[in-house]
Design a binder for this molecule. Structure first.
Ligand SMILES: *[C@@H]1O[C@H](CO)[C@@H](O)[C@H](O)[C@H]1NC(C)=O
Ligand SMILES: *[C@@H]1O[C@H](CO)[C@@H](O)[C@H](O)[C@H]1NC(C)=O
Ligand SMILES: *[C@@H]1O[C@H](CO)[C@@H](O)[C@H](O)[C@H]1NC(C)=O
Ligand SMILES: *[C@@H]1O[C@H](CO)[C@@H](O)[C@H](O)[C@H]1NC(C)=O
Ligand SMILES: *[C@@H]1O[C@H](CO)[C@@H](O)[C@H](O)[C@H]1NC(C)=O
Ligand SMILES: *[C@@H]1O[C@H](CO)[C@@H](O)[C@H](O)[C@H]1NC(C)=O
Ligand SMILES: *[C@@H]1O[C@H](CO)[C@@H](O)[C@H](O)[C@H]1NC(C)=O
Length: 448
């Protein structure tokens, strides 16, 4: 990855990734269309064979109610779900149906493959987690619903995942310094899953992160709603880690932490048409924590509307780490009263122990393109580029940016520290530390 810093490498990287995204989501029919209309499964008896296009095996339906689930919201249905999962997983291809208009109380579920074939989890009803943290098995407290080691999985159906996080939040050390710091469960976690779709779901009040992808490949997220209070600690909406080839679109996320966070080992991530707020905005990082070497490459956020978030589009890295965040495009973004609309922070610190020491290395940030970013900043400093003296930010490009102060309290400003790049078109507040460039325009036209 060390050679990626030249502009020709950037071009190659962007072109390659573009081709990659398009191929994955259109040439691969499996990723684009499932063989039948799953909305007809609501009653649990629809026959998917009938309108099957012949290229996929028929889907057997496995209804959790047939395995003893009660669905009254009070009875613990965990064992019925385990039995239904084991059956669905053993089949060539199956639909695991969680019926509409019922509420299932389930504890931690380890939904592990490999399975016989592709699986659809048709979540039409409501899943609720135990509200009391003491009811959780401590060795399973990193996730509530954990899907892993699967290929060809779709989780959809219009239903709700209610993490009932309130008591976890009350126990958080971020709420009260007297509390011990410990992790709370991610509501919906995918580990080592390829060819994954998550769509048409509502995720509420997760104890911690709402949806996490770790070590996945080929992920499509569509029409998701995520909601938790603004003061709920660490309740990121969608967290992407060591995952490649991702598209997140048509979704609305309001929580107490990042709207979307993209961290180490992730590449080819596209985010489009999303609404964020409240929360901490869209983040790349944090990267380089505890001296780690982290890479994130080719992230495109095109079409986002952020309201009342503490950050807009942010890249955050810790001192003392290494690696790179390279090839990032933020375009067509609306900011409404966002506290730090554009921010790069290479001295990120979210630790109770002090981070004041000057470290000797940093994660390299380069090839970041900000285009058509409009709206209002809640604070004076609308653009904050706090880059490291050890690894200054390189090849940043600002084109058509207009970020004024909310409520007309004078002009917004730019902070520029160790940041290098170019400006094109009108950019307000002015980024005076960088020259206007036609050269940059030429470069972009040949690369995009
Ligand atoms: C939902 O369940 C309730 C209570 O069991 C029932 O009265 C109602 O008719 C159901 N609604 C639908 C649309 O099935
Ligand atoms: C907690 O989970 C572990 C690992 O799966 C298991 O061995 C143990 O029996 C569980 N404890 C309880 C109290 O269920
Ligand atoms: C954008 O996403 C919203 C859902 O958040 C959806 O209603 C709307 O149709 C999407 N717009 C486009 C152009 O796809
Ligand atoms: C952005 O979101 C806010 C709050 O949800 C809404 O009022 C506004 O109309 C949206 N703007 C655009 C351009 O979609
Ligand atoms: C803008 O945000 C600030 C602080 O985040 C808040 O105090 C203020 O009420 C917001 N203004 C509007 C118009 O929403
Ligand atoms: C870290 O470096 C900055 C800038 O070079 C300097 O102002 C500051 O005093 C240093 N801090 C420590 C703790 O060495
Ligand atoms: C705001 O900035 C513009 C252009 O840089 C300048 O002409 C104007 O005087 C500034 N207004 C205030 C209130 O500082």
């Amino acid at each position: 990855m060390a050679g990626l810093s030249s502009s020709s490498a950037w071009s190659t990287l962007l072109i390659l990734s573009y081709v990659c995204i398009v191929q994955f989501f259109s040439a691969d029919g499996r990723a684009v269309t499932w063989p039948c209309q799953l909305s007809s499964f609501v009653d649990g008896y629809a026959d998917c064979d009938a309108d099957h296009d012949g290229t996929w095996p028929p889907y057997d339906i496995v209804n959790v109610d047939w395995y003893g689930a009660i669905g009254d919201g009070l009875t613990d249905d965990t064992q019925a779900f385990i039995n239904a999962w084991n059956e669905a997983c053993s089949l060539d291809s199956a639909v695991l149906l969680i019926p509409y208009n019922k509420t299932y109380l389930v504890n931690h579920l380890e939904l592990k493959g490999p399975c016989g074939g592709s699986l659809v989890v048709e979540l039409a009803g409501i899943l609720v987690a135990p509200a009391d943290p003491s009811l959780w098995n401590k060795s399973h407290s990193n996730a509530w619903l954990h899907f892993s080691h699967l290929s060809g999985l779709s989780v959809e159906g219009g239903g709700t995942i209610d993490g009932q996080g309130q008591q976890w939040w009350d126990q958080s050390c971020k709420r009260n310094k007297k509390n011990k710091c410990h992790d709370a469960p991610t509501a919906l976690r995918f580990s080592s899953v390829s060819n994954l779709k998550v769509r048409d779901l509502l995720s509420l009040n997760s104890p911690q992160i709402h949806i996490k992808f770790a070590n996945c490949y080929g992920v499509e997220v569509v029409n998701l709603q995520v909601s938790a209070p603004e003061d709920s600690p660490n309740t990121d909406g969608i967290h992407v880690s060591e995952t490649q080839n991702v598209i997140i679109q048509d979704s609305s996320i309001g929580t107490g932490d990042d709207c979307v966070s993209i961290v180490r080992g992730s590449a080819d991530v596209r985010v489009q048409n999303i609404t964020c707020g409240p929360g901490h905005g869209i983040s790349i990082g944090s990267l380089g924590k505890s001296g780690s070497e982290d890479f994130v490459s080719v992230v495109v956020v095109n079409g986002a509307n952020l309201t009342g978030t503490s950050n807009g589009v942010r890249i955050k890295t810790w001192q003392g780490g290494s690696g790179a965040a390279v090839g990032v495009i933020f375009e067509n973004i609306q900011m409404n009263n966002v506290s730090h609309p554009i921010i790069i922070n290479q001295k990120y610190c979210d630790s109770s122990s002090s981070c004041s020491a000057n470290e000797t290395s940093a994660v390299q940030v380069s090839q970041v393109y900000y285009k058509n970013i409009k709206g209002t900043s809640a604070t004076k400093q609308a653009i904050q580029l706090e880059c490291s003296e050890l690894a200054p930010c390189k090849n940043l490009l600002f084109e058509n940016v207009d970020l004024v102060r909310e409520a007309g309290k004078g002009n917004s400003t730019t902070e520029c520290e160790n940041a290098h790049g170019f400006v094109m078109g009108r950019v307000f507040p002015p980024v005076d530390c960088m020259p206007l460039s036609q050269q940059a325009e030429k470069l972009l036209h040949t690369t995009m």
